[in-house]
Design a binder for this molecule. Structure first.
Ligand code: 5AD
Ligand code: SF4
Length: 485
């Protein structure tokens, strides 16, 4: 979960660097090796890219030695995320020397940030493609096959890939992501995302609900609605568009609360999660919808970044410590027992020891179930880089990071212990990594639960009595299968 080298984001919530695999018929015999770094959104984008290229006859392969094209979906959020990609490109250099016709493309946030400069810095790269230009990939590949390098990093105000059915890659067949919006308008001063993913735009709710239905029909039992700031989801249909349930028709805007409700109604056996909420924009409406539907998971990821109002102001977060605590109080009141996690960073520009202590006291006050903890990494072109000195020494950033990591480990362990002795409804995701005889799944609060398989099957709901735990996982026995309806 935590790593003092600041590797957390690539291996925690933001997903492990994964090689993606699917069973697609090879129509042109060409093979694509696709590797993703960064957030869930990037993983979701890779599924869109697999779909676009599958339409052109490409099948995916887990073995880059047999690939005709290698695509790396990159992250730019911290410097070390970029260094990992550069390291990987050096490894691919070796196979390209053996196979000169191999095409190597970089996509995603680092591609967008560096643009054609990437081609100069990394000679083995043939294609640079930004997050809004994936439809152009077949043409970019053709350009490279014609002997030239190819770049498309145009950002769009409209692109949501709403009409593309993602190819589910590396899937457990039970849980899937649905991207509901793209881009970000928040302009947090530390963050590169507004520059790499462009302006915020929301996807048509009809296409989102359709995708959720299709997933359910194909056996999936959990969807995570993804956006950089889901609370600002807003889609205004055409004034003449029909209204399925009274909302949204006649040009009336569909909000995130409306959307959540529509997806919850797809089927009571389909669990819904969402990420990421924003303290500035999270309304009580959304909390009431979460409370109302049993199939919407009682878990909210609410990044705080810092516990000090002055630092929050420099971060341009748009809220104070008090506001944030008020949002936490609303969650606790409206959704009792809700799991809460956060993102925080240590050593932001000008952060004093007292200000850091306020982050620590925020943690004490909220007692997060889980946190993604980072040290500040200055990103070129951001507001913070232009306006403030990155003046906290590396060892201070690290020491503060270690402090918050230790505290979070203590809190997480306490939270897991509190859940022992209770019955948890678990959606079975697959066999536990530690034992062939055990299944693993999650409870509504997103805590991993492992238990003996008995006669249960992946994708089923089961009530598990937790009788033991490790530092982060509940261990128990199934007390009954749970049939919803
Ligand atoms: N340095 C360190 N962490 C960052 N994050 C975003 N930008 C930076 C940066 N420049 C963290 C924030 C965000 C999470 C996705 O990554 O905590 O919520
Ligand atoms: Fe995701 Fe942000 Fe990394 Fe882009 S920079 S891949 S949006 S975490």
């Amino acid at each position: 979960m935590f790593d003092t080298n600041n590797k957390v984001i690539e291996e925690g919530r933001q997903g492990e660097a994964l090689t993606l695999e699917s069973q697609q018929p090879a129509a042109n015999g060409k093979k694509l090796f696709l590797e993703s770094y960064g957030c869930q959104m990037n993983f979701s984008d890779s599924e869109i890219v697999a779909s676009i290229l599958s339409d052109k006859g490409y099948s995916t392969t887990p073995d880059y030695n047999e690939a005709d094209i290698i695509l790396i979906n990159t992250c730019a959020i911290r410097e070390n995320a970029e260094q990992r990609v550069r390291g990987r490109l050096r490894e691919f250099n070796y196979i390209k020397r053996k196979n000169p016709s191999l095409i190597i493309g970089v996509m995603g946030c680092m591609a967008e940030r560096l643009k054609s400069q990437f081609l100069e810095e990394e000679k083995i790269v043939d294609i640079v493609v930004g997050p809004d230009a994936y439809r152009d990939l077949p043409a970019l590949i053709e350009t490279v096959e014609g002997g030239q390098k190819a770049v498309n990093v145009l950002l769009s105000r409209e692109e949501t890939y709403a009409d593309i059915s993602p190819i589910r890659l590396d899937s457990n067949g039970v849980t899937a992501f649905i991207s509901i919006m793209r881009g970000c308008d928040n302009m947090c001063s530390f963050c590169v995302v507004p520059f790499t993913r462009g302006r915020e735009r929301s996807r048509d709710p009809e296409s989102i609900v359709r995708e959720a239905h299709e997933l359910f029909e194909n056996g999936y039992r959990e969807v995570t609605l993804l956006g950089q700031n889901v609370d600002s989801y807003k889609f205004t249909p055409h004034p003449l568009a029909p209204s399925p349930n009274g909302e949204g028709g006649h040009g009336i805007a569909v909000t995130f609360a409306n959307l959540l409700e529509r997806v919850a109604l797809v089927n009571p056996e389909l669990r819904i999660r969402f990420s990421t909420s924003n303290p500035q924009d999270m309304t009580d409406d959304v909390l009431y919808v979460v409370a109302k539907y049993e199939n919407i998971c009682k878990y909210i990821h609410l990044p705080v970044q810092s516990g000090n109002s002055e630092v929050l102001e420099r971060m341009n977060r748009g809220y104070t410590r008090e506001w944030y605590l008020n949002r936490i109080a609303a969650i606790r009141k409206i959704i009792p027992g809700c799991g809460v996690s956060t993102d925080m960073m240590t050593g932001f520009c000008g952060e004093t020891e007292e200000q850091h202590k306020e982050t620590v006291s925020m943690m004490e006050e909220v007692k997060y179930d889980f946190s993604y903890l980072f040290k500040y990494s200055e990103r070129p072109g951001t507001l913070a880089q232009r306006k403030y000195a990155d003046d906290i020494p590396e060892e201070t950033k690290l020491r503060r990071l270690q402090e918050v990591i230790a505290l979070q480990q203590k809190h997480s362990a306490e939270k897991v212990k509190e859940a022992v002795g209770k019955v948890h409804r678990v959606l079975i995701e697959g066999t536990s990594k530690k034992s062939e005889e055990m299944f693993f799944g999650r409870n509504t609060q997103n805590t991993v639960v492992v238990f003996p398989k008995m006669n249960f099957k992946k994708g089923e709901y089961v009530d598990v009595l937790a009788d033991n735990c490790s530092a982060t996982t509940l261990i128990g026995k199934a007390v009954s299968a749970h049939k919803i309806k």
